[in-house]
Design a protein around this ligand. Structure first.
Ligand code: ATP
Length: 276
């Protein structure tokens, strides 16, 4: 279970001094400005938002890849406060970068993460066998990952994220660059991980694809201009917006209804990061 309350994060980018002399200019970007959500075990929660809404930054904070300015994150029974990092043992993370070591084989990439999690050799091999079966990657395991297709890379990165059998799984735009077949296979796998047979995992993923959310999510959290604007099931959100089409409901809820207090961006824009 993951409980996120009122997360905030501002980035400060230092620019060049004006006319090449004097103080460097500082540009502040309020990337996350009040994101909250509760993700239950045995359920899939989707963070849905436009480009720049703050989804990746929020997930990076939950995954301890980035420190929050303020707010709190609870992962199972562990409370993470501002400036702290969460226990990686409880989390499996498929980040946007999906960086695999190209000179290592798929198996070596996965083994490496197992070792980082303090697992012994026998347990790692057993788990790789299991994951290879579920993800249908047996034929890839002993190939170097250099040149792997997007779909192959995603599967290896997912196996790597799940090597230590974490209860909570975070995926940042997992279907990016995948074809229909690979997307469907991933969806099936996530549904299975959610089920009691698959371990009743708590799954949180970010996306801007409506279809993804409609087909997969038990709960949808709409993030706009760095903050949670509303949440619920797809049906509840459509009822709230009084729209019969989910895309229409999303646009209405994310862009029109609630201007953010500290944000100056124009609402009709699809890019939502705010520059202070
Ligand atoms: N390291 C950084 N330095 C400065 N600004 C950043 C940094 N990371 C993110 N931002 C800004 O914060 C805002 C939110 O970005 P974020 O990547 O979280 O959005 P997102 O919802 O994941 O968008 P997308 O769907 O396009 O990936 C954007 O305006 C972005 O430019």
């Amino acid at each position: 279970m993951i409980i996120v309350e009122d997360l905030h994060k501002e980035f400060v980018k230092l620019g060049k001094p004006k006319f090449g002399i004097g103080m460097r200019t500082a540009e502040k970007v309020k990337a996350v400005n009040g994101v909250s959500f509760t993700a239950q075990d045995g359920a899939i929660l989707g963070l849905l938002g436009a480009n720049g809404a703050g989804k990746t930054t929020s997930l990076r904070m939950v995954a301890s890849m980035l420190k929050m300015d303020s707010g709190s994150i609870q992962i199972d029974d562990a409370q993470v406060k501002e400036g702290q990092t969460a226990s990686q043992a409880r989390l499996g993370i498929l980040s946007d970068a999906r960086g695999l070591y190209p000179r290592l084989t798929a198996r070596e990439n996965i083994q490496y993460y197992g070792k980082l999690h303090g697992m012994d050799k026998t347990t790692i091999e057993k788990r790789i066998d299991q994951l290879a079966h579920w993800l249908e990657i047996k034929n890839l395991l002993d190939r170097r990952t250099e040149g792997f297709s997007q779909g192959e890379r995603m599967k290896i990165a997912l196996a790597r994220a799940l090597i230590h059998d974490p209860k909570n799984i975070i995926l940042d735009e997992p279907t990016n660059g995948l074809d229909v077949v690979a997307t469907r296979a991933l969806r099936e796998f996530l549904r299975w991980l959610r089920s009691p047979e698959g371990g009743g995992k708590c799954i949180v993923f970010s996306t801007h694809i409506m279809q993804e959310v409609e087909r997969l999510c038990d709960t949808v959290v709409i993030v706009a201009q760095g903050r949670t604007v509303t949440s619920g099931t797809v049906a509840e959100l459509m009822a709230q917006a009084q729209e019969a089409d989910f895309e229409d409901a999303f646009v209405k809820l994310a862009f029109l209804d609630k201007p953010a207090a500290s944000n100056t961006s124009h609402h009709s824009t699809l890019n939502q990061g705010s520059v202070a």
